[in-house]
Every structure is written in C-alpha cells, then in structure tokens.
Design a protein around this ligand. Sequence first.
Ligand code: ZN
Length: 137
Amino acid sequence: MIEKIEHIGIAVKNIEQANQVYQKILGVAPYKMENVASEGVQTSFFNTGESKIELLEATNPESAIAKFIAKKGEGVHHIAFGVKDIQTEMKRLSKAGFTVLNEKPKKGADNKLVCFVHPKNTNGVLIELCQEIKITL
Ligand code: ZN
C-alpha cells in the first residue's frame, strides 16, 4: 500500500545555492544534508509538513543526477511514495508490467530502503518507493 508522497526530489546544479532558495521558499533550513556515495549525490532535506523536499546535486559526472541535468536541466527529478512494505510493492508493480529498476531495495538517503520505477511506463515520471528503516535497539 502506498501511504503518502514521502518526498519530491529536485535535481540541482549547486546544492548550497539551492538550499538558500528553498530556505527562502519554505521558511525552514534543511534538517539534514547527506552524501550518498553509492549514488554519486549530495542531498539535502527540508520538512514541508507531511512530505519533504529532497535536493540532489551530482558529485560525479557518471551519476544519474549529472546525466539528468545534462539532458533536461535542473528541475523535478522524481516523486517518492512512502510504503510500509517495499518488497511487496516492488513485486506488485513489476507483476503489473512496470519496470522496477532494482532487483532488491537499496539503502538510500535519510534512513530509507529505496527502489526506482522506470519513467518509460509511468507517463514520464521517475518513481521512487521508499520504506523507513526501523532501528531496533
Ligand atoms: Zn528521493
């Protein structure tokens, strides 16, 4: 089950500059910045009520974000749906004919398990599924 729009990801060229812009728009500072080396991105997150804004800057020229910006420029990159059980949703969507880009969920930013669904059969929108990683002590 899809629970909500967890966040919207925006590809930016310069995250320091974009942080200032979104701080002005949203009236809050980013609550965290996180480098995801495996994806070649620097991220920052803003709280906007129920959902968040994720800014993404490429940290290497081979990353998906660098390629996206080279092709399309800055802008909305993906919509992330929060789910309770990412494995079940991945199976459900791939059975329904969508192209799930990861065989297994991977560790994303902001303490999440994530996977992506190719935009070719989602009317042009890259979709991320994400599930909060529960920390058990
Ligand atoms: Zn995201």
